[in-house]
Design a protein around this ligand. Structure first.
Ligand code: BG6
Length: 488
């Protein structure tokens, strides 16, 4: 199968940091179909030769195991071309069409990794140049819109030129191995399903913590914030994967139908719940890894009076028969105490205690997304240290864990999120991509928080960089009698 992958934003940050390295890994693993061409598109006045040289210098900075040898790079570079385009100019799309028609590949992928403001322009122009053929797929990066109305407007324009089955909306969290393993755990094993419900689960915590700040993206982040950047997409997709019913089969629409139902079942916000169950914060200066780091308001591109949130913690429920009354907590933020993304499923305690008090983190399943990728089942067991206990006295149990480290178990076969998703696009598999109705539903649920915050300037709490966020986040969860997993 021949393919042409056109990468709009070919000299941009995403192409350098994620897409090209992922394409190279697929190439190295032998999974990138042969007969492919990667056409990077950008405004720069450079030749394909120059682009390849830039790419080589970029690859020289990639971590060693993922760095190509000169010979490997030479073979990979043979797939790369650069086409200079001004994305607003119709004549430039005509040149792109000429480049594509030189060989009429079986599959054409248009990867729009540009500023979001260009998504609709690119789709309109592709349509006008006749480049929206049935064998074309379009990939759109987040953020797709700023709110429900702008998201709908983008989807509306895109769907004027492409059918839904041609549109691949990326949420790279769905490409993470741990998320696919979550589907495998739930729907490939009989063990957990009977327990996966309100009768047995006390609460679920989704944490996506980063120790990084906003880096060089201050001006983007200023108008985005943590809710739009992480909750509306990544965190809600994780919540769907945890909360959805088993799909009738593994086809994309069967999976997406079930995720959509979860989003539709999220408890609607009220003025009270918006005030009590959502905490937003912003980092001030602090320490990360022993080094001093500036506060958000001192970051490049950020207003010194900024009220943009860099942290969100919230409590919600999925109002259906399976989950009614079970709190789902979501927490995400920049400049937190560590890079740690995980889902913790806390089971209810045993109905009757015959052993001594239960201590520590037990009776729970932890799905680690990063930096570690694996599963931990925390249990209580009989410890060794019971010599002193009197005969007949209740015995103390100790927490132990079954630890499945996927990196150790599967080692070299592991495939990164972007590598997996890019191959899925080329192979026309939509399972791990977001449908327009899912995306709109997520915006519909997020929007009341944005509206509430607009009239609640006092609600922003500050937290020192290098901590777990504002104390109000711990207080929120403590109201239900629980604590965040790292505090247990
Ligand atoms: C992106 C956000 O979608 O996800 C970034 O825009 C964030 O702000 C990133 O840093 C986190 O992704 P990962 O894979 O590093 O957890």
């Amino acid at each position: 199968m021949s393919f042409d992958l056109v990468l709009f934003g070919g000299t941009g940050d995403l192409a350098w940091r994620k897409l090209m390295p992922a394409l190279f890994q697929a190439f190295r693993h032998g999974t990138l179909p042969e007969g492919g061409r990667i056409i990077a598109v950008g405004r720069d006045d450079i030749s394909s030769e120059h682009y390849r040289a830039l790419m080589q210098s970029r690859f020289d900075k990639v971590e060693l195991p993922k760095r190509p040898s000169a010979e490997e790079f030479g073979r990979f570079a043979a797939l790369l071309e650069f086409v200079r385009m001004d994305l607003s100019k119709p004549k430039d799309y005509a040149s792109l069409a000429t480049a594509l028609h030189t060989r009429n590949a079986d599959t054409v992928v248009m990867y729009v990794a540009t500023a979001p403001s260009l998504f609709t322009t690119v789709c309109e122009q592709l349509g006008a140049a006749g480049l929206n053929t049935p064998n074309t797929r379009v990939v759109l990066e987040k953020p797709l819109g700023h709110d429900l109305a702008s998201n709908r407007a983008i989807n509306h324009t895109v769907l004027e030129f492409f059918e839904e089955k041609q549109v691949f909306r990326i949420d790279h969290y769905l490409g993470k191995p741990a998320v696919q393993n979550l589907f495998a755990l739930r729907f490939g094993n009989a063990l957990f399903e009977p327990l996966w419900r309100r009768e047995h689960i006390a609460n679920i915590q989704i944490t996506i913590a980063e120790d990084l700040g906003v880096e060089k993206r201050g001006s983007f982040y200023e108008t985005t914030g943590a809710l739009r950047d992480m909750v509306q997409n990544h965190a809600l997709q994780l919540l769907c994967a945890i909360g959805m019913e088993p799909p009738i089969n593994s086809h994309a629409d069967a999976i997406r139908d079930e995720k959509l139902k979860v989003l539709r079942s999220l408890k609607p916000w009220t003025v009270e719940s918006l005030a009590q169950d959502v905490v937003r914060g912003q980092y001030t200066s602090g320490n990360i890894d022993g080094g001093k780091v500036p506060g958000y308001r001192d970051e490049l591109g950020v207003s010194p009076q900024s009220n943009t949130e860099t942290f969100v913690a919230l409590r919600t429920e999925i109002a259906n028969w399976r989950w009614a009354g079970v709190p789902f907590y979501i927490r995400t933020g920049k400049r937190l105490a560590g890079r740690d993304a995980r889902i913790v499923v806390n089971f209810r305690p045993t109905p009757h205690a015959i052993f001594n008090s239960q201590i520590g983190m037990a009776n729970c399943l932890v799905i680690n997304l990063q930096p570690k990728d694996g599963l931990e089942l925390h249990l209580l067991a009989q410890g060794q240290n019971n010599r002193q206990s009197r005969a007949g006295a209740p015995q103390a149990l100790v927490p132990v864990q079954l630890d499945l480290d996927f990196d150790k178990r599967f080692g070299l076969e592991r495939v990164g999120a972007y590598e997996r998703l890019l191959l899925d696009v080329i192979d026309d598999r939509l399972n791990l991509f977001v449908r327009s109705d899912e995306q709109e539903e997520a915006w519909r649920w997020v929007e009341p928080m944005l509206d509430f915050w607009a009239s609640d300037a006092q609600g922003l709490r500050h937290y020192a960089a290098g901590t777990w966020g504002p104390s109000a986040s711990s207080a929120m969860i403590a109201r239900d009698g629980y604590c965040w997993s790292e505090e247990s």
